[in-house]
Design a protein around this ligand. Structure first.
Ligand code: C5J
Length: 263
């Protein structure tokens, strides 16, 4: 079993029960003109995660680790966006308002999709979520359970918002989480530091924290071992907010909430 040097102590996991979770690496957060910048943030603070995450994605794909992407966003009619969430945005550019990359945080718009460098490949599920947490109002828990996943390698943005919310939700559901420090990003350096500290504190109250280089080395060592793991390929049962990269209609538009998507 691979073991990664991590805080508060080394993280050991089984390849067959582990997935890489890539949270909200969307243009709306990482590129100028999107939701993140409309809130007054410097997107450059997040863009440093792209290269290490691309390298980790490559290693995960080479070693057969399942990869699951998420996107935060809302239906075009905003029926899944609480008014309180919308009202809290910048007055000039709120969720659903037009921007240079299309309507802000709206499914199917250019800005809502994942940056080119980290685009999902065929077969990788993309979970569309209306909240900050990836488990809230999505089929993620079912998708992971169907694949026997109990351990999550967590990456994405932003550290203190969607990454933290998801890790906390995952903990309450019994998943173990290793957060990759250089593959998660915050617009605020102090939130990045404290956000990671909070995860590993108190004996790993929410999980473990490591650098991606240590994880990649562990993955490659495990893959080179005599008995490489096999990956599950079972289909999810019901996944109302999940599409699969490479399937028709992705990323053309929002999935219908009550209709299972083809995988
Ligand atoms: C935010 C996110 N920060 N993906 N979303 O609003 O963290």
């Amino acid at each position: 079993m691979p073991t990664v040097d991590a805080r508060p102590h080394p993280y050991t996991f089984e390849l067959s029960t582990t997935a890489l979770l890539v949270i909200d690496m969307q243009r709306d957060f990482l590129e100028p003109g999107g939701f993140g910048e409309s809130l007054g943030n410097d997107v450059a603070e997040l863009r440093r995660t792209i290269d290490p995450l691309a390298a980790l994605l490559t290693a995960a794909r080479e070693t057969g680790l399942p990869v699951v992407h998420t996107r935060e966003g809302h239906l075009p009619d905003l029926s899944d966006c609480p008014p309180a969430k919308r009202a809290r945005g910048a007055p000039s550019r709120r969720i659903g308002d037009p921007g240079p990359n299309g309507r802000i945080l709206i499914r199917g718009e250019y800005g809502h999709d994942i940056v080119d460098e980290l685009a999902p490949i065929d077969g990788e599920p993309v979970v569309d979520k209306p909240g900050k947490g990836a488990f809230y109002a999505t089929g993620l828990d079912t998708l992971l359970a169907d694949r026997g996943i109990t351990s999550l390698l967590v990456t994405g943005v932003t550290t203190e918002v969607c990454v933290h919310t998801t890790v906390r939700e995952a903990n309450d559901r019994g998943y173990e989480c290793l957060v990759l420090a250089d593959c998660v990003g915050s617009y605020f350096p102090e939130f990045q530091r404290v956000g990671l500290d909070m995860i590993a504190a108190q004996g790993g109250i929410f999980g473990w924290v490591a650098d991606s280089a240590a994880l990649i080395a562990a993955l490659r060592t495990a893959w080179a071992a005599p008995a490489p793991p096999t990956t599950e390929s079972s289909e999810p049962t019901t996944a109302p907010t999940i599409t699969t990269a490479g399937s028709p209609g992705v990323p053309a538009g929002p999935p219908a909430p009550s209709v299972p998507q083809p995988c």
